[in-house]
Design a protein around this ligand. Structure first.
Ligand SMILES: CC(C)(COP(=O)(O)OP(=O)(O)OC[C@H]1O[C@@H](n2cnc3c(N)ncnc32)[C@H](O)[C@@H]1OP(=O)(O)O)[C@@H](O)C(=O)NCCC(=O)NCCS
Length: 443
């Protein structure tokens, strides 16, 4: 009998624990980084103060999961029969263990997820009680929060759980939640945009195919879902959603509290909401153009108008990346193959040509290149998901996979409560060796 994912993970954890322990005990005083005033005031940009082995974001190359590029991940993970994109469940295996699962191992995870899909009635009741004018991210976050009463970790913690076993209860919570997220998301979609008409899930399908089924969208939307969930799953630990999930979980809040919080961070327009902003922006341009594709000069003018009114161009720029996002590239390739003549794709592709030189000329953004959000909504739109408020929920399903894997490992390695130190402006002025601004003005 093949080992289960949990058994494999348990062995990996036993191997990893002494490494972390040794670093802490014997090398705890070694300096990793220094911190400037610009970083203290500037959102802690670039300070090396978090650790994860699950993914690493290279500014030039983009994200690697467990050391593998996205192309290698998509190539190396098992795929369902007839699918071009791999099982999302296989990605969860890879993120947790660092190993590519074989067909049998991935099937075990597919079965585990399938067993845990049923969402309690009270969650649907909470979703139903929202006004239909609510943003789907607010509903999504609340639905996840509502599940907190199901937490295995909480139950076992109250009964007295040994620290070394925290991860196992967290693992159970993570699987229980991840299996339910597509069901919850599809239910929200149907409530808000399809007058409550619901298509039930099929226990024989993998996560991507089942999501497509519940959304009522034909192939290759199963592959679209798999690709979407996989490329959005992790982007190392410092981005708002990943960091929020880690931070909240560090107080031993359970998975539901932590993932609900991270969803709230993802819902900001500078983070996950940018994918809906891209579509909103493109629609505005399309309306003004009467749906005709603008010339390069006309598109340049739209971009400048947005910049000159003090707004950002959604889908471009990044806090860490300094090149075109590989997640963007993969989606563009998918679009070139499956929807080359789609009018919105043509608009987005024209933006790809026009925006970077303008941002360079504008001279503010450190990275003028497109990020993941510049393309993801375009694909959704093509397959009929035109209610773009919903796009960040899709991002949220994917991102939860990476954050859950991280939280399980946080618990396994005994990472403590997060608690950085703050200083006052007076203190910063003193450190900088300058007089307080008020005193300087008086003199
Ligand atoms: C992603 C983002 C929030 C990163 O922010 P950041 O780390 O502060 O980025 P930078 O250091 O390059 O920002 C420097 C300046 O360039 C501006 N800038 C960055 N990206 C820009 C864009 N796409 N359009 C216009 N201006 C931009 C910033 O607003 C900032 O202006 P300020 O000095 O007046 O405050 C930013 O690029 C952005 O707002 N992009 C658009 C939203 C988006 O696509 N988000 C999804 C990210 S995956």
């Amino acid at each position: 009998m093949k080992k289960t994912l949990k058994q494999t993970l348990s062995e990996k954890i036993d191997k990893q624990r002494p490494r972390t322990k040794k670093l802490l005990k014997e090398y705890g005083d070694v300096v990793v980084d220094q911190v400037t005033i610009a970083q203290v005031i500037g959102g802690m940009r670039g300070i090396k103060s978090l650790v994860t082995d699950i993914s690493y974001l290279d500014p030039e190359e983009g994200i690697r999961y467990r050391g593998y590029t996205l192309e290698e991940v998509i190539e190396g993970l098992p795929k369902p029969k007839g699918g071009d994109m791999p099982y999302v469940e296989g990605l969860f295996y890879l993120l947790l263990t660092g190993d590519f699962p074989n067909q049998e191992e991935v099937q075990q995870v597919v079965d585990e997820f399938s067993k845990r899909r049923i969402v309690p009635r009270f969650v649907y009741d909470v979703i139903d009680s929202f006004p239909t004018s609510s943003h789907p991210m607010a509903i999504f976050s609340t639905a996840i929060l509502t599940l907190n009463r199901e937490s295995v970790f909480n139950r076992q913690y109250q009964a007295g759980l040994s620290k070394k076993d925290y991860w196992e209860a967290t693992y159970e919570d993570a699987l229980n939640l991840l299996a339910k997220l597509p069901e919850i998301a599809a239910y929200i979609y149907n409530k808000l945009y399809r007058k409550g008409e619901r298509i039930l899930s099929d226990p024989n399908l993998d996560m991507g195919a089942n999501f497509a089924q519940m959304m009522g969208i034909e192939k290759p939307y199963d592959d679209v879902s798999r690709l979407h969930f996989i490329i959005h799953s992790d982007h190392e630990s410092g981005n708002v959603s990943a960091h929020t999930g880690h931070l909240v979980a560090s107080s031993l809040s359970d998975i539901y509290l932590s993932i609900s919080a991270m969803i709230n961070g993802l819902a900001g327009p500078l983070h996950g909401l940018a994918n809906q902003e891209v579509l909103r922006w493109l629609q505005e341009v399309m309306n003004k153009m009467d749906n005709k594709l603008p010339s390069t000069e006309e598109m340049e003018q739209f971009v400048w108008n947005t910049l000159n009114s003090g707004q950002v161009i959604p889908g471009f720029g990044h806090a860490v990346l300094r090149k075109t996002d590989p997640r963007y590239k993969l989606q563009r390739e998918f679009s070139q193959k499956h929807l080359p003549d789609d009018p919105i794709f043509k608009y987005a592709d024209l933006l790809y040509k026009v925006v970077p030189p303008i941002l360079q000329k504008h001279g503010k953004a450190k990275n003028p290149w497109p990020n993941v959000d510049a393309q993801s909504g375009v694909i959704q739109w093509h397959y009929g998901v035109k209610d773009y408020d919903f796009y960040t929920v899709l991002f949220g399903i994917g991102r939860s996979i990476g954050i859950c894997a991280n939280i399980i490992w946080d618990r396994a390695l005994g990472y403590p409560l997060e608690r950085p130190k703050s200083v006052t402006t007076d203190m910063l002025e003193k450190i900088a060796g300058i007089k307080k601004m008020a005193e300087a003005e008086e003199n």
